[in-house]
Design a protein around this ligand. Structure first.
Ligand code: PMP
Length: 300
């Protein structure tokens, strides 16, 4: 497999990264997850610029200089090199060498993008049966301690919650805050359906998800804080994320749900929109191959 590293395609196994990389020791990096879908125009990246903009905000929090133009090119180059029609792209920028102190001034920055074959990371549960959630005993990183951005180190919090949930036989963990307000899951935002009305759970400690924003734009869902008891009383609950797409929830602690006609409709709509098979005209897709003035070129 080839990865794109600092503006060059290299074989992943021969990429050289220092064992003293600051990002490896302290999680001082920022990443994204971007999906490529098979559209009538060929493989295309969904909401690429929005993902890169969010990555830039994470990098800015770490005072890290990133070259977004190069990363944009890297996403297209690595997708083309992979030969995949549908893929998950992983852009990552991180501090590498220059010292192991906590002052990041002067550290060098590495930029990479990998393209991987991908299905929903929640597996069969996410795609078919619905995800079983367990309320986590862990709190989500409070935004006053760690901004809700895709900072590498912040994901240890997600890993701990996920471990707790899977050890207890569930597929995913739901974070709630100290007042039982719903925050998000380890890698997805939360929606609920009440008498046909859609609501996106809003919380200041949750990542502002791009899939959440997409579903809100497509359905007109409102966004407001939601308590755990209200979530359990909802007619349907679903999760959104670049990897999870729209995944139905079939259980939350002792509560279970079957079916979910609204969730199914939203899933189908999302699947068509990301593959350029629904009218949206929102410029969300960046095709790998762009037709310019009649000739076909790979986008630089
Ligand atoms: N919350 C967290 C903690 C996540 O890691 C993700 C995945 N990026 C999401 C929500 C969903 O965000 P998005 O729709 O932008 O992938």
């Amino acid at each position: 497999m080839q990865i794109w590293l600092d503006d060059r395609l290299v074989v992943a196994g021969s990429a050289s990264i220092s064992p003293l990389a600051h990002g490896l020791h302290y999680g001082t990096g920022v990443f994204e997850g971007v999906r490529a879908y098979d559209t009538p125009q060929g493989p295309a990246l969904f909401r690429l610029q929005d993902h890169l903009d969010r990555l830039e905000r994470g990098a800015a929090a770490l005072a890290m200089e990133v070259d977004l133009v190069a990363l944009h090119r890297g996403c297209l180059d690595v997708l083309a090199a992979s030969g995949l029609k549908e893929a998950y792209l992983r852009p990552l920028v991180f501090y590498e060498t220059g010292g192991l102190g906590l002052d990041v001034a002067g550290l060098n920055v590495r930029q990479l993008v990998a393209a991987l074959p991908w299905r929903n990371h929640l597996g069969e549960a996410g795609e078919v049966h619905g995800v079983r959630l367990r309320t986590s005993s862990f709190r989500r990183n409070p935004s006053a301690a760690l901004p809700p951005l895709k900072l590498c180190g912040g994901y240890v919090n997600s890993v701990l919650a996920k471990l707790e949930a899977t050890r207890a036989g569930f597929e995913e963990a739901l974070f709630v805050d100290a007042t039982s307000q719903v925050v998000e899951c380890t890698g997805e935002n939360v929606f609920l359906v009440q008498q046909g009305r859609l609501t996106a759970v809003q919380h200041g400690d949750a990542l502002p998800g791009i899939t959440r924003d997409t579903i809100m734009a497509l359905t007109g869902a409102d966004s407001r804080p939601v308590g755990l008891e209200e979530l359990k009383a909802a007619d349907e609950v679903f999760l959104t994320g670049t990897s999870a797409e729209v995944s139905a929830v079939s259980a939350l602690d002792e509560r279970s749900w079957t079916g979910g006609p609204v969730t199914r409709e939203v899933q189908d709509l999302y699947a068509r929109v990301v593959r350029g098979r629904a009218e949206t005209e929102r410029g969300w897709l960046t095709p790998l191959i762009q037709k310019r003035a009649g000739k076909v070129t790979v986008k630089a």
